[in-house]
Design a protein around this ligand. Sequence first.
Ligand code: DHB
Ligand code: FE
Length: 283
Amino acid sequence: MAEIIGAVTTSHVPSIGIAIDQGLTQDAYWKPLFDGYLPAKEFVRKLAPDVTIVVYNDHGLEVFLDRVPTFGVGAAAEYRSGDEGWGPRPIPSFEGDPDFSWHLIEHLVAQEFDVTMFQEMGVDHGFSVPMSIAFGGPAGEVEAWPTKVIPVTVNTIQFPLPQPGRCFKLGQAIRKAVDAYPKDARVLIMGTGGMSHQLQGERAGFMKPPFDRMFLKNFVDDPIALTNIPLGEYMREAGHEGAELIMWLVARGALNANVREVYQHYHVSASLTAAGLGCYVNA
Ligand code: DHB
Ligand code: FE
């Protein structure tokens, strides 16, 4: 039987990936951020997931504005890290689990989540940076990722975006699908993006730690309160790209009502982002 054994939620800034790949993690600017990631790596190493479901948003690598699925699931045997303008990252490709992916897709559609199926897809920083944070090391250190992966995409780049409550329900549907998978698999779910940040417009550089702290607290104590915040308010309160926090809500929906926070790290800032990370297990 497959089982969700925990969750890791984290921001997914591209320059975090570049810092890892270029061996800059101990530089003065990056050290406090990366030192804070070490307990999360230990958490993931001990969990030793067979499969990791990575809930993220594509930023224009695989999905462009001419066709944007609200929700998508990868069903490929392999996912390569794409070139977002800095060259492809020097990391191994990610091994998929097509049987599990198709099971997930079938069960999500049966639960009225009519997801787009990706039989081929490249993955961008929204996927690869959290994988490096949780599983990786400097360039060349990781010869093969110690987990298979299933990418799950959520549209956060073109209006209309899915509402927070809908994302939480997607997580609940993922949970049901995992519980119904007959093969043995230890499954980690990751939710990426956020926390508060805005990359463009008059408020570029906007961050709001009090909102992020409220989110981190209610993520454990009262996730339903977070699903009741309308998307527009996420954008007003956490910046335009702060809306990426809806991917954290997918991960939260896949956990029990009661969870235990094993570890939390919050650092302002990494690039233009208030960088947050959380490690959770079912209570
Ligand atoms: C940054 C943050 C993001 O979430 C992203 O997708 C791209 C860039 C940043 O802070 O630089
Ligand atoms: Fe992003």
